[in-house]
Ligand binder design. Structure first.
Ligand code: ZN
Length: 244
């Protein structure tokens, strides 16, 4: 399969769940794809694992206030993208670990919305030297926990028996996982028509300092670079795993 055919042939998912550590992570990774799929009729949900209450350079900020602001910003961004619902799990910002409790929280949402496609951070991306980027440990933890929630915790009927017993949440096969990583993608989504929506949704996170426009991690620069690889103006890129 060529890279170009990945764009042309990938059908729109029916139900998508993005799992990330912080408000604004998913806009950065996949905002253009989520907006495109939502406009095409997909049900798109996001799960934000931490409250993002430490996401500031200003030591005078009250974390409780920031928690509320970031939830509001996430809801506004979700409205811009056409996301159906935002789930918040409220783990501590900066101390997320892929514990069984975190995995259970993700599995609960997966078994509730029953997505065919999951988007999350690639937990193997600890850093990216060409983009001068060190990944946040919460991002790595969220990707690792999400993968464990997909398999085996949502697939296997004997895993997390309390979800079935107490909450009537049946096991669920997730067919496709899309991992965000700056390098070695095997799947592209053409976001030429939704880049401006992605940028608008990113800008809804007004409390957050963004990468400088000349940084190699700038949202438009990355979309342009992926677009060049994919043969389109702007693209998002993923490591795509279709699970048997
Ligand atoms: Zn983040």
């Amino acid at each position: 399969m060529t890279l170009q055919s990945d764009i042309l042939d990938s059908p729109t998912p029916k139900c998508v769940l993005g799992v990330a550590a912080h408000a604004d992570d998913l806009e950065y990774m996949a905002g253009g794809s989520m907006a495109k799929w939502a406009a095409e009729g997909a049900d798109v949900y996001v799960l934000i694992l931490t409250a993002g209450e430490n996401g500031t350079d200003d030591a005078a900020v009250d974390p409780e206030q920031l928690r509320a602001i970031r939830q509001q910003e996430q809801k506004a961004a979700a409205d811009i993208l056409g996301i159906k619902k935002v789930f918040f799990a409220d783990y501590g910002d900066g101390s997320l670990e892929p514990t069984m409790d975190v995995k259970r929280s993700i599995a609960r949402v997966i078994r509730t919305v029953r997505p065919d496609t999951i988007i999350t951070w690639d937990p193997t991306m600890k850093y990216c030297a060409p983009r001068r980027f060190v990944n946040h440990p919460d991002h790595i933890a969220s990707g690792e926990a999400a993968l464990a929630a997909v398999f085996p915790l949502c697939r296997d009927p004997l895993a997390l028996p309390e979800l079935l017993r107490d909450e009537k949440l049946e096991p669920c096969d997730v067919g496709t996982v899309l991992l965000f990583n700056f390098e070695n993608p095997n799947c592209f989504v053409d976001i030429t028509n939704t880049l401006s929506t992605k940028v608008k949704a990113r800008d809804a996170h007004a409390s957050q300092k963004q990468f400088a426009s000349d940084a190699p991690t700038d949202i438009t620069t990355v979309a342009k670079d992926f677009g060049q690889l994919a043969g389109t103006k702007y693209a998002e890129a993923f490591v795509r795993i279709d699970i048997d």
